[in-house]
Design a protein around this ligand. Structure first.
Ligand SMILES: Cc1cc2nc3c(=O)[nH]c(=O)nc-3n(C[C@H](O)[C@H](O)[C@H](O)COP(=O)(O)OP(=O)(O)OC[C@H]3O[C@@H](n4cnc5c(N)ncnc54)[C@H](O)[C@@H]3O)c2cc1C
Length: 414
């Protein structure tokens, strides 16, 4: 339902109709169906972003990852189809871009994160041409696949910006699926593949690194750590990096025929420039309860959160029921019952047909969903691929966004 009103009050206002906003609305409704819930969301379309890696790998079409927001917006919410502009936590109000002011009893903040394309000089104007692509945009992921298919020789660069980013494994997933295709086509030996990573390791959780290194070797990838992309000259096909080491930092230039870029990422302005942010700009939440550190009537989840989990839809799947339980308890003046242990998952598509299903919580503690006789947690498996390519899209659209909390029952707080 669309509404244009100048002032309105809701029991619960949810900012964002992405993975987090829709999942938490469904989980709230499941627990209490008489609440007046509003979702503030400007976008016409909703994307299953985890699918974009598979679009770039030629497995899904882009259209398989898109649904109209209208078709997903539950009938029980009031949809304000506009952006939240400003947060006023002291007066329990949110100002919207269309001029409406919303009052709330409880607020949930889930606007995702901001991709900072402009932080890299010359990048935006060359995206989608000159061999420059990114699986981080719906419209560009198909270009990744067309570049992969047409490339027979030359130099391919895959970049990874400083953390935090959503789905920390996605920069290298793009690389492995490209290499797998080139290997299959018999051209990999003519392609010089570089992984240019702003960080110093292949993956933040050490248990998964040996399996990844095996694929780095198999595909002949040259890893270049402490390399941060700072500028791109599309027409000249040159990329400039800042390379840091113990001796200091210097700029290095590399030619490319194909460049897969993952942009730096930051909290959305709405959060970053509000009193609700932590010192890094992310939403300042209690990591276990997902309640705001200073405002007990505010909760948050998803990529905007400053909790130390992997920013993934998998994290949202576990967070939404925790937020629903705790928000309703806070509303009733009761102790918060449920705890989030930092679960996130990154299905690393090391080849077409095998995935290392990296599942872990706070401080990198492994949290596999399945016992090792079903799926080996730190090794590439066919089952992992089946889960990524077939099960997870189904779970997202039909379970997570609908309040069916499969494998996501909240843990009682200790
Ligand atoms: C290439 C890629 C690969 C990925 N792979 C995986 C994977 O394999 N597994 C996995 O679990 N996750 C993966 N992810 C991450 C996953 O998609 C995100 O973590 C997840 O979507 C986060 O949910 P969210 O609700 O926080 O943000 P989003 O789903 O991005 O939704 C945010 C919503 O908020 C809206 N919004 C923004 N600003 C405002 C505002 N001011 N007012 C109102 N609404 C606003 C936006 O329009 C959007 O609809 C991947 C992401 C990418 C890009």
């Amino acid at each position: 339902m669309n509404e244009a009103v100048s002032e309105r009050h809701h029991d619960i206002v949810i900012i964002g109709g992405g993975a987090g906003g829709l999942a938490v609305a469904a989980s709230l409704y499941k627990r209490r169906s008489d609440l007046d819930i509003a979702i503030v969301e400007p976008a016409r379309d909703h994307y299953y972003q985890p699918g974009w890696t598979l679009v770039g790998g030629g497995v899904f079409t882009a259209e398989q990852t898109r649904r109209s927001m209208q078709s997903l917006m539950p009938a029980f919410v009031t949809w304000h189809q506009t952006a939240a502009e400003q947060l006023h936590p002291e007066s329990r109000q949110v100002t919207l871009a269309n001029g409406t002011t919303l009052g709330y009893t409880m607020l949930v903040i889930a606007p995702g994160l901001e991709l900072d394309w402009q932080a890299i000089d010359g990048l935006e104007e060359t995206l989608g041409k000159n061999g420059v692509t990114s699986n981080y945009r719906f419209d560009l992921a198909p270009y990744t696949w067309s570049l992969v298919q047409s490339m027979r020789s030359g130099k391919a660069l895959f970049t990874q910006p400083p953390m935090p980013i959503k789905c920390a494994g996605a920069p290298q997933k793009a690389m492995y699926l490209s290499c797998y295709e080139w290997e299959k086509q018999g051209v990999l030996e003519h392609i010089d593949v570089h992984f240019c990573n702003a960080g110093g390791v292949m993956f933040g959780v050490p248990e998964f690194v040996p399996a990844l290194n095996e694929y780095v070797q198999r595909y002949g990838v040259r890893t270049q750590f402490q390399h941060t992309l700072i500028a791109v000259d599309g027409p000249a096909q040159k990329a400039r990096f800042r390379q840091t080491s113990d001796e200091g930092s210097k700029e290095v230039e590399m030619d490319f025929d194909m460049l897969h870029v993952v942009p730096p990422q930051r909290a959305p302005r709405l959060v970053r420039e509000s009193s609700l942010a932590n010192e890094s700009g992310w939403l300042d939440l209690n990591a276990e309860t997902l309640q705001h550190a200073r405002f007990s009537d505010i909760f948050g989840l998803g990529d905007a959160s400053g909790t130390g989990n992997a920013k993934t839809a998998a994290a949202v799947r576990k967070q939404a029921p925790v937020v629903a339980d705790n928000l309703l308890a806070a509303m009733d003046g009761k102790p918060l019952p449920s705890g989030y242990l930092g679960y996130g998952a990154c299905p690393l598509t090391v080849e077409r047909g095998r995935v290392v299903l990296a599942e872990f919580g706070y401080a990198g503690k492994l949290q596999p969903s399945f016992p090792s006789w079903i799926n080996q947690a730190t090794r590439p498996t066919k089952l992992g691929w089946h889960i990524k390519a077939q099960q997870l899209p189904f779970i997202y659209w039909n379970l997570m966004l609908k309040g069916h909390e499969w494998l996501a029952k909240p843990k009682a707080r200790v």
